[in-house]
Design a protein around this ligand. Structure first.
Ligand SMILES: *Cc1c(COP(=O)(O)O)cnc(C)c1O
Length: 368
């Protein structure tokens, strides 16, 4: 549908949850929520059909879905998703961090998966509509937030392999506590052995569940080897570092420059990654987006020219990396502690997100 009339939060018809949590139940549920395990009272939905485009926008009680067993998403993984957070500021207001970036990326992911996109305006309208009814679920404790998870998926009952002619948009929300409850802890990273996350021309730059499905077994191997996360190398040469299963990576060099893998089509371009690059450049630092071979990175860690390594993404913001591990090596980055620039960037980003610092980049969007 190229003629898209203006969509606002008011277009999401509200069907209130008669069994919504009481304030006491809500407080208890928000006590110490494990990531993605506690859901709010409502969700946003919209339904797309080939003939009618997007319609039936609604806020409904959070409940199980009724899905035909032949639904495309269950067989051919025709699905894309996003992840962003709503933050409670000290003045009681609720803000989103660069949601336009998530809206644009979701549209691009949808296009790659043969799914209809929703407009940026519609995306924001759904978030606003959900927050207007579930706004009390945005936590205010420390570095907690309300994680928002939009999904677009093919729901047509059709085992034939073609794009679904019926599509559902869902937006759910989960209160989440500070990612690192006991203070920021540097993680150990396992370098994937013979497995890749994405290949050229594939779906690596789309945020789609299938990329994650393929990362779970290597992630299990990381854990079996005493590591927290897995680092994937490029599929063509098995040589250049790409990213973790769900986070982009950066290396801080002793000469003051910061390196990160350039986006080539096989890396998911994070909103956090873009923001880190912008923050660093604003501070006058040189950020170099280039191919980084594992060999070069290892040599840099060993000779001290790489002084910090960190990963970044919406869920954990910025995570220091202490060790890089494989069957052949175990490299400790500097003294293994969180690096100064890593922690400075983490502070800068979270200060902006929680309204403790001026939003000089115009990244925060007020919703409530
Ligand atoms: C979502 C995601 C990221 C991080 O993106 P942000 O927008 O910063 O949250 C990085 N890599 C992958 C594979 C992802 O799915």
């Amino acid at each position: 549908m190229d003629v898209s009339p203006t969509v606002t939060a008011a277009d999401y018809a509200l069907i209130r949850n008669p069994d919504a949590a009481s304030p006491t139940q809500r407080t208890a549920a928000m006590e110490a929520p494990a990531f993605g395990m506690v859901f709010t009272d409502h969700m946003a939905r919209a339904t797309w059909t080939l003939d009618g485009g997007w319609a039936d926008r609604r806020i409904v009680p959070f409940e199980n879905l009724s899905l035909h067993p032949g639904a495309t998403v269950l067989h051919y993984s025709q699905q894309v998703f996003e992840g962003l957070k709503a933050y409670r500021w000290a003045d009681g207001s609720t803000r989103l961090f660069r949601p336009e970036g998530n809206a644009r990326r979701m549209a691009a992911s949808a296009a790659r998966l043969g799914l209809p996109a929703i407009t940026e305006e519609d995306f924001l309208a759904s978030v606003e509509a959900l927050l207007s009814v579930d706004g009390d679920w945005v936590p205010s404790e420390g570095e907690s937030s309300l994680y928002l998870r939009p999904v677009i998926m093919g729901t047509e009952a059709c085992l034939g392999v073609r794009p679904s002619q019926e599509v559902e948009y869902l937006l759910m929300a989960c209160p989440v506590g500070a990612y690192f409850s006991g203070g920021v802890r540097p993680v150990s990273i396992w370098v994937a052995q013979g497995f890749h996350r994405a290949g050229e021309g594939g779906t690596g730059q789309a945020k789609t569940g299938g990329n994650y499905a393929g990362s779970l077994m290597p992630q299990q191997q990381a854990q079996d080897n005493g590591c927290d996360q897995v680092l994937f190398l490029d599929a063509r040469k098995d040589k250049y570092i790409e990213e973790l299963g769900g986070m982009n990576v950066f290396a801080v060099r002793r000469d003051g420059t910061i390196w990160t893998p350039r986006v080539t089509g096989t890396i998911l371009e994070g909103v956090t990654r873009a923001s880190v690059i912008e923050l660093l450049r604003t501070e006058g630092r040189e950020v170099i987006e280039r191919d980084i071979s594992l060999e070069e990175l290892r040599a840099g860690i060993a000779d001290g020219s790489v002084v910090e390594l960190f990963a970044c993404g919406t869920a954990a913001v910025i995570t220091p990396i202490a060790r890089l591990v494989s069957p052949d090596f175990d490299e400790l980055v500097a003294d293994g502690g969180p690096g100064a620039l890593t922690m400075h960037l983490r502070g800068r980003l979270t200060d902006i997100q929680y309204g403790r610092a001026d939003d000089v980049h115009g990244w925060m969007r007020r919703v409530n």
